[in-house]
Design a protein. Structure first.
Length: 260
């Protein structure tokens, strides 16, 4: 292991690299974006609301000293994904890390009440957008210095339930995409999968307090996850420390799904 004079490992140093994080203005994406910037990367934060991205970008720049570019993008839109990638390469000329984190899981009364509009919207944000971004960025990574694609899905895709089935189905598609990408541009481009369990995000806030408390009670760690719990694993996968990690499926769920 290469070390600097202070004894710290250089394996996690992202200085000189550029990362794109979707859903990066809040929650898991916000925490991961700051974590990558703290490791030395310049970062593009993308989400639907530009003002939220601008606020997050200013905060992360102030905290890390890195350049953080806010960008409006609805990842469920093919055209928006194309524009986002064009902006990224026009501003930075490269992308070394792509974190497909944006997701959505609207509530519904029953399976029969799921509308076509809801179903299509959930699939577009959770699966179609990551496919398009990965295809565009991955090819350019392969033609350049290589890179890392990190897809954030859900442990629920491994054990779906009726309460969020369109979401679990879309995330299962993202799981399949990741495993396919692991062989698409290897060895220059690695693709890996991170599967969080219940986390303190907008999705679980919509469950209500009782459901969140139950999720914490049944977890071996005695709590649900917080966005900062995702930073270390994503930094690892983005860095040279994971240079031989490709096609991995990493649960970040406090041990809840350990029986799978």
């Amino acid at each position: 292991m290469q070390q600097d004079s202070g004894g710290g490992s250089k394996l996690f140093d992202l200085t000189g690299r550029v990362a794109l994080v979707t859903g990066g203005s809040r929650g898991i994406g916000r925490a991961v974006a700051e974590g990558l910037a703290s490791a030395g990367a310049d970062v593009v934060i993308a989400s639907r609301k530009l003002a939220a991205c601008e606020t997050a970008a200013k905060e992360i720049e102030a905290a890390t000293g890195r350049r953080v570019l806010p960008a409006a993008c609805h990842v469920g839109s093919w055209d928006d994904c194309d524009r986002l990638v064009d902006t990224l390469y026009a501003e930075f000329g490269r992308c070394d890390v792509l974190v497909n984190n944006a997701g959505m899981s609207p509530l519904y009364e029953s399976l029969a009440t799921v509308s076509e509009q809801l179903y299509d919207k959930v699939h577009a944000v959770n699966a179609k957008g990551p496919f398009r971004l990965s295809a565009l960025v991955g090819e350019r990574m392969a033609a350049g210095d290589g890179g890392s694609v990190i897809n954030v899905t859900t442990a629920g895709a491994l054990r779906p339930n009726p309460n969020d089935l369109p979401y679990a189905m879309a995330k299962a598609a993202l799981n399949a995409l990741t495993l396919g990408l692991a062989g698409a541009w290897a060895p220059k481009v690695r693709a890996n999968l991170v599967l969080p369990g219940a986390f303190d995000t907008d999705i679980t806030k919509a469950w209500g307090g009782q459901a969140r408390q139950e999720a914490a009670r049944i977890n071996p760690m005695g709590r649900i996850g917080v966005p900062e719990d995702m930073v270390g694993v994503c930094l690892f996968l983005a860095s040279d420390a994971a240079s031989y990690v490709n096609g991995a499926q990493i649960l970040v769920d406090g041990g809840l799904f350990r029986t799978l």
